[in-house]
Design a protein around this ligand. Sequence first.
Ligand SMILES: NC(=O)c1ccc[n+]([C@@H]2O[C@H](COP(=O)([O-])OP(=O)(O)OC[C@H]3O[C@@H](n4cnc5c(N)ncnc54)[C@H](OP(=O)(O)O)[C@@H]3O)[C@@H](O)[C@H]2O)c1
Length: 293
Amino acid sequence: MSIDGYIDDATGSRLLLSDEADFDRVDEVRAGCDAILVGAGTIRRDDPRLLVRSPARRAARAAGDAAATPLKVTITGQGDLNPAARFFGSGDAGKIVYAATPAVAKTEDLLGKVALVVDAGDPLDLVRVLADLGARGVGRLLVEGGGATLTQFLGGGLADELQLVIAPLFVGDSRAPRFVGDGHFPWNDRHRARLAGARPIGDLVLLRYALSDRCDIDQEGRGAAWTRERGTSEEEGGALRRRGSERETPRSERTGAGPLTGSGTVAASCGASYSFLAAVAGPDQAGQQPATG
Ligand SMILES: NC(=O)c1ccc[n+]([C@@H]2O[C@H](COP(=O)([O-])OP(=O)(O)OC[C@H]3O[C@@H](n4cnc5c(N)ncnc54)[C@H](OP(=O)(O)O)[C@@H]3O)[C@@H](O)[C@H]2O)c1
């Protein structure tokens, strides 16, 4: 995001906030996830591919029996999405559209040939979305935006980690989309988020916040609670997954968690372990990265 908290500008063209090194970092994070979620607004505005662009990372995923690129997921209340969007047309991964109940039939008509359309309730219920993803084997979800979507994941206490990249520029236009909108967030003056890491990336800076006790990143930015499932290091692009045997801390036992309402419920109801990672870096850079084409 910009120094003044915007994730895009208000012009017709997309604002580039990240640099090549940060694009690569996002690529690594993507490669370590089971699914990537963006709101329908981001698909309409940015037409992202949401792919893993590094051939080595794609190959490592495929060698581990995963699709070369994570499952792609979106949420919509209206279902007005273009089936020709790159979200649907690119990559070998599955695509899931979670639609609010009143829009399911219309969405199915429009997108049924290019994606699996799933009823997500009326109103659309993110906890239900996460539970359904868990039942489909998603243990680690990367939420890439945009602002409306991040507001709900963060406001609902559904993210375990926030990766925030700040670009050295101001947008200075309140018509532009912000990182988050108004809301009641679990982290406030009485309950501050834990800064788990900070490092410059060129003229950008990456801030990592641990938002739940399932995210115990150490000072070097490594998640001590994550195992290296495919035997590679994080730096090498290995996928980091939570140990299956590890006990989840029930929501009621979480200390200082405030209104952490969603993630504990989801993990408990599905018997799965989750890490919901809300990453705010650049917009989907796949479309802007030469390597992805
Ligand atoms: N810098 C970055 O890292 C970054 C990353 C991603 C996006 N962005 C920017 O973010 C902007 C888009 O953000 P945005 O806030 O407008 O859109 P968004 O969060 O991507 O999508 C919002 C849309 O998602 C659906 N949705 C979200 N929550 C819902 C719920 N609870 N129930 C039903 N539907 C729900 C609705 O779709 P329907 O309208 O179809 O009902 C809603 O209009 C773009 O400018 C993009 O460039 C920046």
